[in-house]
Design a protein around this ligand. Structure first.
Ligand SMILES: Nc1ncnc2c1ncn2[C@@H]1O[C@H](COP(=O)(O)OP(=O)(O)OP(=O)(O)O)[C@@H](O)[C@H]1O
Length: 311
């Protein structure tokens, strides 16, 4: 099977005087689940709409499996499934009628259209509500109908704008599992405000702010940028005393107390876990929790996006 590819080439979108997306360039290959992160108004949805051909770029283009989204939109759109923001249109249609209608629009007819719709219903756990009008469904179910129409034709490329928005924790878990199951031979691009979602489902992450690509890395790579990466945090009875002892360690660059927890930051290249555990044993401290920090995604996000605001 040939490799699936998506390329954004110098994508720019202007709305009047506002430049929402500034010269975005990237390539994505099959097996990649790419998370778009960014503050409100960063340009995530606008980028997704351009990739899927729903919005014409002001300049630049995207190439989907060799098809130019501007020049050869139909062929490019055929290999893609798209979950836009919000609820599906056609609220008065029942779930089944809507999915059969989408199957028809995707070129299937008769028994094949019905079986595609039925399979998508099943996959998204919609079998309890097939005859219910979409507008009468809860937000979470509407989102699942949107996902069902996006995957109905088993596209090579899935572009999902906040796929777990409005879902309860069980539904979020189901959708993340579904994304992981589908990921192996596809390209999946998701946008999200939920930073843990990136670690849970993505193997690549881009942080976008003010229409610019600021970071393109793996989730683990993002965590390495956190000042908490490889720090050791402990919850201990007398935090001030513990902090004072720990700050004497040659392996410690800095010690902080925050909300009753003591965090020791490593000196360049130092490994702290063993050393700090040793001190705890020596001193006989009552420790409720001691953990090695992987890094904090929310802190990296703030660091990256606020630098941009300050620049
Ligand atoms: N149709 C439009 N006309 C004018 N401005 C628009 C339009 N659509 C989006 N914008 C503006 O473009 C910028 C980028 O919007 P976009 O929706 O792409 O951001 P986003 O990163 O998806 O935000 P959110 O996380 O809030 O969904 C914002 O400033 C927004 O107000």
């Amino acid at each position: 099977m040939s490799q699936v590819r998506v390329e954004a080439r110098a994508l720019i979108k202007r709305y009047g005087n506002l430049t929402a997306v500034r010269d975005l360039e990237f390539e994505i290959g099959s097996g990649e689940v790419l998370g778009f992160l960014g503050p409100n108004g960063a340009g995530k949805s606008t980028t997704m709409k351009m990739l899927t051909g729903f919005l014409a770029p002001s300049s630049g283009t995207a190439i989907i499996n060799g098809h130019d989204i501007v020049e050869d939109s139909l062929a490019a759109r055929r290999c893609m499934g798209y979950l836009p923001e919000g609820a599906p249109a056609y609220g008065e249609m029942t779930v089944r009628a809507f999915l059969e209608f989408v199957a028809g629009a995707r070129g299937y007819s008769g028994a094949e259209a019905r079986s595609r719709a039925a399979a998508a219903l099943e996959r998204l756990n919609l079998s309890r509500v097939p005859e219910q009008p979409i507008e009468t469904l809860s937000k979470g179910f509407k989102r699942r109908v949107g996902l069902a129409q996006a995957i109905l034709h088993d596209p090579d490329v899935l572009i999902l704008d906040e796929p777990t928005d409005g879902l309860d924790p069980n539904q979020k878990h189901e959708v993340r599992t579904l994304i992981r199951e589908m990921a192996a031979d596809k390209i999946i691009v998701i946008s999200t405000h939920i930073l843990e979602e990136v670690a849970a489902v993505c193997n690549r992450a881009m942080i976008i702010a003010d229409g610019r690509l600021l970071v393109d890395d793996t989730p683990a790579g993002l965590l390495k940028r956190s000042r908490y990466h490889n720090a050791v945090t402990l919850e201990v009875d007398q935090p001030e005393r513990a902090a004072s002892v720990l700050s004497e360690l040659s392996q410690a660059r800095k010690v902080e107390i925050r909300e009753g927890e003591v965090t020791v930051f490593p000196a360049e290249g130092a490994e702290l876990l063993e050393v700090v555990s040793g001190v705890v044993r020596e001193q006989g401290w009552a420790v409720r929790e001691l953990r090695l920090e992987k890094g904090r995604m929310d802190e990296v996000f703030r660091q990256v996006t606020q630098q941009e605001v300050a620049a």
